[in-house]
Design a protein around this ligand. Structure first.
Ligand SMILES: Cc1cc2nc3c(=O)[nH]c(=O)nc-3n(C[C@H](O)[C@H](O)[C@H](O)COP(=O)(O)OP(=O)(O)OC[C@H]3O[C@@H](n4cnc5c(N)ncnc54)[C@H](O)[C@@H]3O)c2cc1C
Length: 372
């Protein structure tokens, strides 16, 4: 029997598996598809919440820890697997921000590097962006990660370990329990036993836990994105305008995102969204109107009411844990969110206060209507 069984191999499940395996535990990670083919693959990879001052302090706490960890993680994964997750520490430039005073106050309170910058700085930093901007908010330490490559590197890292078993194409149908304890999971034709079960099934977490937490407020929120094929240097940093963004990759490709749609588990892309994203892209980088869109895709974010994930033991069933509901910020939150649950599972001192993320507390907040 395994020590830990992880249901869902997105970035959250894979980082959980890697950290638990580092402790010497035997880990099985199960995914209904291939590892990292859902939201963690589809996302943009900005290693910051968008407009981070608009989120609760619980998001800032996780994001700040993770931001310090990502450069080291990317180096470690490259050394271990030969796959470069392409962490780019370029900075984040936010144009036309209505609540600049709130941004500055948040930065001072949380000691985050963030300043207001003027026209000279904007156009010395990014020469090709739309030429009429007088002022912006600048976060020099924000980076981005090429998330599909991060996924490949994490998967390879797990494959290289003797104490990790990867099961792909295996759908978990439910939790197997005995005497108030989780003892494993049920699949179409088998039972997989484990000492502890951890649900990291992203937008599908409510389905996996349907018999146990029927009211878990985690739901799919579709996000569509585009990528343009460009030469390196057209843009070097993540630039945002009116909630939309461009993200440069090392090979010159430029990602544009994203829509926010409540359409259930429908993973169709739409022509309207494509046209809208292209208009947003050109409003930031006018030169994109002469370049071709190479690819258009979407993913299902694990939406939770205020974006604060559920991290900890599931009330009502011992030895069953959840780490889900990271919504728009699962890539930036992943290192801290997974370390925090591993701390609980391994009896370690927590990296930050775990209390605000505990499922029992979060579910109570949902009942009380406190979540926004
Ligand atoms: C368009 C878009 C842009 C984004 N941009 C960013 C960004 O710039 N920065 C950022 O931080 N975040 C971003 N995100 C959010 C981020 O991608 C997600 O929050 C994060 O990937 C969630 O990770 P996860 O591991 O919880 O979920 P997922 O990556 O969705 O993984 C869940 C896994 O569970 C598996 N699974 C589900 N049900 C079962 C079952 N019954 N049995 C077995 N396996 C199962 C699935 O197959 C899947 O592999 C973006 C998301 C989208 C869609």
């Amino acid at each position: 029997m395994n020590d830990f069984l992880i249901v869902g191999g997105g970035v959250i499940g894979m980082m959980m598996a890697r950290t638990l395996s580092d402790s010497g535990a035997d880990v099985t990670i199960v995914d209904k598809n291939e590892l990292c083919r859902e939201s963690s693959w589809a996302g943009g990879g900005i290693v910051s919440p968008l407009y981070p001052w608009r989120y609760r302090a619980e998001i800032t706490a996780l994001a700040s820890w993770s931001q310090g960890f990502y450069p080291k993680l990317a180096q470690e994964l490259l050394a271990e697997t030969g796959i470069d997750p392409e962490f780019r520490p370029g900075g984040l430039l936010m144009l036309r921000v209505a609540d600049e005073e709130d941004a500055l106050a948040w930065a001072e309170k949380h000691h985050r590097p963030l300043t207001r910058v003027g026209k000279d700085f904007i156009y010395q930093t990014e020469t090709n962006i739309v030429p009429d901007k007088e002022q912006a908010i600048w976060m020099p330490e924000v980076g981005s990660i090429r998330n599909p490559r991060l996924g490949k590197a994490l998967k390879r890292s797990l494959e290289l370990r003797d104490n990790v078993r990867i099961l792909e194409g295996v759908e978990v149908k439910g939790i197997r329990e005995m005497d108030g304890h989780a003892i494993g999971v049920e699949t179409a034709n088998s039972v997989l036993s484990a000492g502890k079960v951890i649900v990291t099934s992203g937008a599908w977490s409510g389905q996996v836990l349907k018999g146990i937490l029927p009211d878990l407020p985690v739901q799919p929120v579709r996000g569509q994105m585009l990528v343009y094929k460009a030469e390196p240097g057209l843009v070097d940093r993540v630039v945002m305008l009116d909630g939309r963004y461009v993200i440069p990759r090392n090979d010159g490709r430029i990602l544009v995102g994203s829509t926010l749609e409540y359409a259930g588990f429908d993973k169709q892309t739409t022509e309207e969204a494509k046209a809208d994203l292209m208009a947003s892209a050109e409003s930031i980088l006018p030169a994109l109107k002469d370049l071709a869109v190479e690819h258009h895709w979407c993913g299902l974010r694990p939406g939770s009411p205020d974006g604060v994930p559920f991290i900890g033991e599931v009330p009502g069933l011992k030895k069953l844990y959840i780490n889900a509901g990271h919504f728009r910020n699962g890539l930036v939150l992943a290192p801290a969110a997974t370390q925090l649950l591993c701390n609980q599972l391994l009896g370690q001192e927590p990296i930050i206060d775990p209390e605000p993320y505990l499922p029992e507390k979060r579910l109570q907040e949902a009942d009380d209507g406190v979540m926004i």
